[in-house]
Write a protein that binds this ligand. Structure first.
Ligand SMILES: [Zn+2]
Ligand SMILES: [Zn+2]
Length: 345
């Protein structure tokens, strides 16, 4: 028997003893070592999700050890240290063949369609194994750090879509863990100025390790500040790492001509509208993109970036907790008291 944190229904999370599943011929059984709490885990806890049928084990930022492989699995062996990319592409639709697996028409996800990482054991489904979702963790990278590869992979996808280049001024709205990863990645790419904004002072203080200029946008007029430090050119790249329509609206006033805006955070599904001054796009020839998740290859890149030591991953981990404290951990992340909390089941 093994423990699993099972979401039975909205806001009904129970620790259960379950029989350890055995992998099918093409599946892998993983002993979970680390699973980080993500903002979407909190959303799912309160509101459920269109792809979730209860009961479900959530958790998608995870790493562990290969415990057992199905008889037809090749390329992995028991004892391998792995991180699993949770978004599972089908491998055969138009978008998959284009290499845009995050846009797969048949996308499934661990923690949504399949049980996830808030448990001692997890089965990696066949499509995930076959499409490269199981990445070996480079030497020297801990399980806890490897769990952060998932959000970093999404950030890498976002900055590729935003076309962040060396010399750019990059403005990031929202100084949570995602905003901080964006700041560190932009600096690694060679952005000359990186600015992180938030309205919560405590978050800005937590984010100062990134070396970005931190601005409390409740106290400082962002537009004036940005005009000042860029000689009126504004930011080449604006990344909206919060799901707030006002921030999306404001972002267009902060982008340079021919620059790009990335709606990295989604809006709540009940109110997905923002009022945009599209003339700014018209006259400024600027671009808007969104970002939805990442591909298995982005996850591999993220693991390699982490192994390179160019990210201060330890700074993202505020706390490590056992599975039994998951519910408490969700609340703490929700109250923005912590960066990332890692569950070690
Ligand atoms: Zn996540
Ligand atoms: Zn596909």
């Amino acid at each position: 028997m093994a423990k699993a944190a099972v979401l039975k229904d909205i806001e009904r999370l129970e620790i259960e003893d379950r029989i350890i599943p055995s992998p099918g011929d093409h599946e892998i059984l993983i002993r979970i070592k680390s699973c980080a709490i993500c903002g979407t885990d909190i959303k799912v806890y309160h509101h459920g999700h269109k792809h979730i049928v209860f009961p479900r084990v959530t958790g998608h930022e995870l790493s562990g050890i290969v415990e057992k492989i199905g008889k037809d699995v090749v390329g992995y062996k028991e004892g391998d240290r792995v991180a699993v990319a949770p978004a599972i592409p089908c491998g055969s639709c138009y978008y998959c063949r284009k290499g845009w697996q995050s846009m797969c028409d048949n996308l499934k996800a661990i923690g949504y369609h399949f049980d996830g990482g808030f448990a001692e054991y997890m089965i990696v489904p066949e499509t995930a194994v076959k499409n490269g979702c199981v990445n070996k963790i480079p030497e020297g990278v801990s399980f806890d750090h490897a769990a952060i590869a998932e959000p970093l992979a999404c950030v890498i996808n976002g900055q590729q879509l935003s076309k962040v280049e060396m010399g750019d001024t990059v403005l990031i709205l929202g100084a949570g863990p995602i905003g901080c990863l964006h700041a560190e990645l932009a600096k690694n790419i060679g952005a000359s100025k990186v600015i992180l904004t938030d309205i919560v002072q405590q978050r800005l203080e937590m984010a100062s390790f990134t070396g970005a200029i931190t601005i409390n946008s409740k106290e400082i007029n962002l537009k004036e500040f940005l005009a000042d430090i860029t000689n009126g050119r504004m930011a080449d790249r604006v990344i909206v790492a919060v799901g707030v329509p006002e921030a999306q609206e404001q972002s267009l006033e902060l982008v340079a001509k021919r620059g790009s805006v990335n709606f990295f955070g989604g809006l709540p599904k009940e109110s997905p509208f923002a009022k945009l001054n599209t003339n700014i796009l018209h006259y400024g020839e600027s671009f808007i993109t969104g970002t939805h998740g990442s591909t298995p290859l982005h996850n591999k890149m993220a693991l390699e970036f982490i192994a390179s030591g160019r990210f201060q991953i330890e700074r993202y981990i505020s706390k490590k907790i056992p599975l039994e404290e998951l519910e408490k951990g969700l609340k703490e992340v929700e109250e923005r008291k912590a960066m990332k909390i890692i569950v070690n089941p």
